[in-house]
Design a protein around this ligand. Structure first.
Ligand code: G6Q
Length: 540
């Protein structure tokens, strides 16, 4: 790949800066008035998803310039490099191949001279056999009882995806089983997860890529004690604990038979791992066939991302629009608002995916960037958010682009709920874009003093993402959409979206503080604030 100009020195960046200063004076009301087909022009479809991006402060030339930006930043070469297995995670010298996790059995993806696809399918097959045995009651606990409870112990990438997917796919899950997720190194998390469970019927999945993570190891040890308090016999561990990891040695040392270990690879980043063996709890919940349908959904979006032209490419469009707002409209956050209760953990999942990936301030070459990068992603399901923070999105001083996500069909067609839900979603996007003018309020007879308070400026951008129904395949497409949007942003900004050095320092400092908290006599050599806080907490 030839060297591209840095982001803020590309011709497209300079043109976009000028262009955006003109677009800042445009209003969505006028853009829609001038082009009555806008709502049907600025749409794209792929992998079962429909994206309406017409309610963005853009015109045809914006899209042309964003397309040029993608070209000048060599986005397609970067996409090809990722799919080819190049070591694009340069600071860790690793390939980035979550796309291989959902590649079809006959695909070929080479890492260090070896096709990784057969290994991926071998693990999927092993997971499927195990899931069938547990779900079918063939795999029994040490005392012969059927396994009814699954507790996933993991944190970060080894937790957020599994929890989110379990919640999202509940309609497809085994309703006679209980699924719990323990992540925090707060004993309360573990205590609440197991308080009503019978150890004879409980299987723990210890999910940790490294198998060294403090929180997960502490919770796994707690789980072992808890299980043995009932089961007594250490041999019981083999029937009640399985591991998902890349570290076979540590798994064995913990006492889990490597035969009950499900592996993955260093080219799968934690936050990109929910469709690897880290998704074992998901497969136990929804069964192998639905899990594979989810992988097909991911793969359909991968293929769309790899092959569709930039301006018909959903993740590229979403990624470029994010760059447009962050770098030319001083946007600092993006709200993700799923109008589907099953997606209640989706914003939390996206927080990690987006912010751990693009929360970087140096380029891949180690130069400090001179422009903003990753925005804050946050959100809650609608309509709940409408009765809380939407006020700020409608009338606050910050511009917060929103992603609305909705489905044509609900899994629970009760009363008129679904029409109410979708109507609210569409109304929010409409209100944000078009607002309510002074003239409208006067016409409605609103008291002059109240008009400033009841005015809605509008011109607040949003995307609407629709699909037929929230199925395993749709969920896969939706996640891959955001994965590749994050990738697109990272390429444009020239940062490494796949390392996470920013989480290291706190971990190191915590290890130093643990003995200081436990031993009241330990000398304290921190700053005066940390010292005083430790003294306060020691008294407890
Ligand atoms: C994700 C991060 C991080 C990781 C957790 C858990 O991209 O690397 O969230 O997933 O720290 O790590 P282990 O799976 O190694 O326990």
């Amino acid at each position: 790949m030839t060297t591209a100009k840095p982001f803020d020195r590309t011709d497209a960046y300079l043109s976009l800066s000028l262009h955006a200063s003109a677009m800042k004076h445009k209003h969505l009301r006028d853009l829609f008035r001038m082009d009555s087909d806008r709502g049907e022009t600025y749409v794209a479809q792929g992998a079962g998803l429909y994206l309406d991006y017409s309610k963005h402060i853009i015109a045809d030339n914006t899209l042309r310039l964003l397309e040029q930006l993608a070209e000048q930043r060599q986005l397609s070469e970067h996409i090809a490099a990722m799919f080819r297995g190049d070591k694009i995670n340069s600071t860790e010298d690793r390939a980035v191949l979550h796309v291989a996790l959902r590649a079809p059995r006959d695909a070929t993806i080479m890492v260090d001279g070896q096709n990784v696809v057969p290994e991926v399918h071998a693990v999927l097959d092993k997971m499927s056999q195990f899931a069938e045995r547990v779900r079918g009651g063939e795999w029994r606990g040490h005392t012969g009882k059927r396994i009814k409870n699954i507790v996933n112990i993991g944190i970060g990438g080894s937790d957020l995806g599994p929890v989110m997917a379990y919640e999202a796919l509940r309609p497809f899950s085994a309703r006679d089983m209980v699924f719990r997720f323990v992540s925090n190194v707060d004993g309360s998390d573990f205590a609440e997860a197991v308080r009503d469970l019978d150890a004879n019927e409980t299987l723990f999945i210890v999910a940790s890529k490294t198998f060294t993570t403090l929180e997960t190891m502490a919770n796994a040890n707690l789980a072992r004690q808890w299980a043995l308090a009932t089961l007594s016999d250490p041999a019981a561990i083999a029937k009640h604990f399985v591991a998902v990891s890349t570290n076979e040695k540590a798994v064995r040392e913990f006492g889990i038979d490597p035969a009950n270990m499900f592996g993955f690879w260093d080219w799968v980043g934690g936050r990109y791992s929910m469709d690897s063996a880290i998704g074992l709890s998901t497969m136990l919940a929804i069964g192998p066939a639905h899990f594979r349908a989810m992988l097909d959904g991911f793969h359909a979006m991968d293929e769309h991302f790899r092959t569709a032209p930039y301006l018909q490419n959903l993740p590229v469009i979403m990624g470029l629009l994010t760059v447009y707002y962050v770098n030319f409209f001083e946007v600092g956050s993006i709200a993700v608002l799923p109008y589907d209760q099953y997606l209640k953990r989706f914003p939390a999942y996206l927080q990690q995916l987006t912010m751990e990936s693009n929360g970087k301030s140096v380029t891949r070459e180690g130069e400090r960037v001179g422009y903003p990068t990753g925005p804050v992603y946050w959100g809650e399901p609608g309509t709940n958010g409408q009765h809380s923070f939407h006020q700020l999105i409608h009338q606050g001083t910050a511009r917060i682009p929103c992603d609305f996500i909705g489905f044509k069909h609900t899994h629970n067609p009760l009363g008129e709920h679904h029409a109410f839900l979708l109507a609210n979603m569409l109304a929010q996007a409409e209100a944000l874009a078009f607002g309510k003018t002074y003239e409208q309020l006067r016409f409605e007879g609103v008291n002059e003093d109240l008009i400033p308070h009841r005015l809605f400026d509008g011109n607040r951008p949003s995307s609407t993402i629709l699909a037929d129904q929230l199925t395993p395949a749709t969920l896969g497409s939706l996640i891959a959409l955001y994965e590749h949007s994050v990738f697109t942003q990272g390429v444009i900004w020239g940062i490494n979206s796949f390392d996470q050095w920013g989480v290291e320092l706190g971990k190191v400092l915590a290890k130093r503080i643990i003995p200081e908290l436990q031993n009241p006599a330990a000398p304290l050599r921190h700053d005066s604030s940390t010292n005083a806080l430790i003294r306060y907490l020691r008294q407890a």
